[in-house]
Ligand binder design. Sequence first.
Ligand code: PMT
Length: 393
Amino acid sequence: MVRVVLGVSGGIAAYKACEVVRLLERAGADVRVVLTANATRFVSPLTFQALSHRPVLLDPFDPHSEEGIEHLGLARELDVFAVAPATANVVAKLARGVADDLLTTLYLAVTCPVVIAPAMNPRMWLHPATQANAALLRGRGVRFVGPDEGPMAERESGWGRLAEPAVIAEAVLEAARRGRELEGRTFLVTAGPTREPLDPVRFLSNRSSGKMGYALAEAARRRGARVVLVSGPVALAPPYGVERLEVETAAEMRDAVLARAPEADAVLMAAAVADFAPAPRPHKIKKNSGPATLTLEPTPDILSELARRPRRGLLVGFAAETERLVENARAKLESKGVDFIVANDVSQPGLGMEAEENAVVILDRWGGVHEVPRAPKGAVAEAILDRVAERLR
Ligand code: PMT
């Protein structure tokens, strides 16, 4: 049985959430409804209680509440956390991590897929603040449904209407299916740059932030996979529920990847591994020792080495290109002998390395070519996993 929490916030579209509950119930889901204080002004808790056949959850700090903050226990057992309608205020609070009522507190505590169906005045939806908040949430892998375009209650028309209840219910059920899709699978993901030491205080590295690889690790974990993340030095916290192995050099990354790859159903190499490394000097290079010349040696090509070994899992390489994206990526797909190449154009401002967003083309050895347009890295990660999961099925 699919276990869903449906958060309802205070907008005129709150009445449509009743239909969402009914449709989910009819599909066999166990639905717990959480109402914000403002939502109760639009629809009575009793209505939701009757439709969900379960007590409605309100304020966690209400001294008269029977369950009190025990509600948070719910977060551990959920398949999907959904909010419909989500007002501009709730979207902002979720994006910024404000937890001042049960709905927003639960959001911080859940680790399952999250679906948000916004509904608000079109000018509020299109306001840069709301758009930035929605982009932040999408970047974390939150799935948005709508808003739709059409006439609004306040006699205006535009983008801001709540999506149709049937579409929201289907998105919730689809998120639940996805959340279990990789159960029993192990994913190995690499992320970030490597650092190749020159001497005890200096190193050669690159601009990779690790965001793409971390987004992949989180998305795979959300779909139920056991995830091992081999990470170069980055400024990112370890994602919840993911085993992180920290490495520094290409040689260390190679050792970690080769040791853990045999257990993986898929290896995704999003790390920007140094192609060359200097022979490190044991002592700090002195300024007065004259202009220094660096001699660089090639590092081990981890991906090619993996591809040559017998393996049971899929192998996904990344290609950071600055010209002829698809052509170069196709050449890499063949020369490296991998199953997928995810090609990103790292010459575009605001995309790829270091950026919050990416745009990629996914090529596979069965002839597939899938373009993923510019989107937050969380959403790009989901699109990549869709392809990989499809092959694993
Ligand atoms: O970390 P972010 O800031 O979020 O940026 C993400 C990213 C742009 C770094 C990422 O999306 C990406 O493209 N990663 C691969 C970058 C890269 O090293 O591309 P490449 O074309 O040089 O290498 C091709 C593939 O071989 C990659 O999968 C790489 O991990 C692998 N490789 C490279 C060198 C090496 N010595 N061993 C390898 O296994």
